[in-house]
Ligand binder design. Structure first.
Ligand code: RRO
Length: 313
């Protein structure tokens, strides 16, 4: 059991917002999903005040080492979420973290105020980092804007506020420091890195309907590690580290770089139970046998990192 912002979690693996649809997964896999839920807490897809249709298709491009998404926050809006999704997500066997985004601090304040009163919600994640809309990104790219956002919402709730940072700015660590100074309880990073794919058949046209998108998956893992380390050097609040995690070894690396929890995102598209597998691999590593045996092409190195303690027998 670990504690994160006062919330008890069974292990340190959570999902990255928007990468696991728990309602659809329950429909597909049945009640067994609740018995063996892959994550220690569930982070919901971003909710905005008004409903949004999302970006025009195509919305995905597969890369050699990940993918680019241009989803554009399709969602039912606050009232749709409260009426339809929240009752279902409240049935999950793990704490619920709701991810919210607005184009102004006032909009975010309305969202935070609405969730503040909901007992089903354990914490809020403020998404200031979506690469696929013009607004929202701005707030998270600038320490002053992030501070102003926290000033607008901090007093509205006693629930933990996690600020989801963008890697697409001059200094994520400076933004993290501003968030901490203005009352954030934790930060999470990295959101996706802005990227682009050209249309394979049409000259000079981008493939994605939104033009550009967000790169995720193994391609961004080294960047996530470096940014988590840099943020850890600037702040004391807990960090949810994510970016290209496919194995317990990758999770261990992010924890060693300074994260307190690890988010799994793109890997869940390949393997919906990746969260549980990665948590089990991490337990095996931390059980410090030093030797692990994972039948997966992404298995962690079999030799334990030097200096780790030998198993307590
Ligand atoms: O919906 C999206 O396009 C999206 C969001 Br909100 C986000 O935070 N990060 C991302 O890569 N895509």
């Amino acid at each position: 059991m670990i504690r994160f912002c006062g919330i008890d979690l069974g292990h340190p693996i959570v999902n990255g917002s928007g990468t696991f649809d728990a309602i659809a997964a329950r429909r597909a896999f049945g009640e067994v999903l609740l018995d063996e839920f892959p994550f220690a807490a569930f982070v919901s897809k971003t909710v905005t005040l008004a409903p949004r249709p999302g970006n025009p298709p195509p919305r995905l491009w597969e890369l050699g080492a990940g993918m680019i998404n241009s989803i554009g926050l399709p969602n039912k809006g606050l009232s749709g979420y409260l009426a339809e999704d929240l009752p279902e997500l409240a049935q999950l066997p793990v704490p619920l973290i709701v991810n919210v985004m607005g184009s102004t601090p006032e909009e975010v304040a309305t969202l935070v105020g609405a969730f503040a009163a909901r007992a089903e919600v354990s914490a809020l994640e403020l998404n200031v980092s979506c690469p696929n809309v013009k607004t929202g990104l701005l707030m998270g790219a600038d320490p002053g804007e992030t501070a102003a956002l926290l000033d607008a919402v901090r007093t509205l709730t006693a629930k933990p506020l996690i600020v989801k940072l963008t890697p697409n700015c001059a200094s994520p660590a400076a933004v993290a420091a501003a968030a901490e100074q203005h009352g954030a309880d934790a930060v999470s990073l990295v959101n996706t890195l802005r990227g682009m794919a050209m249309h394979p058949r049409r000259q000079r046209e981008p493939w994605l309907g939104g033009g550009t998108g967000g790169v995720s998956g193994p391609a961004v893992r080294a960047i996530a590690l470096a940014q988590v380390r840099e943020v850890r050097e600037r702040v004391r609040v807990p960090i949810v580290g994510m970016g290209g995690v496919q194995s317990g070894r990758h999770a261990r690396d992010l924890l060693d770089a300074g994260a307190d929890l690890v988010g799994v995102g793109t890997e869940s598209f390949r393997d919906p139970l990746a969260g549980a597998r990665i948590a089990a691999e991490l337990r095996q590593i931390d059980g410090n046998s030093g030797i692990i045996d994972v039948p997966d092409e992404h298995a962690c190195p079999r030799i334990a990192r030097r200096g780790r303690k030998s198993p307590a027998k």
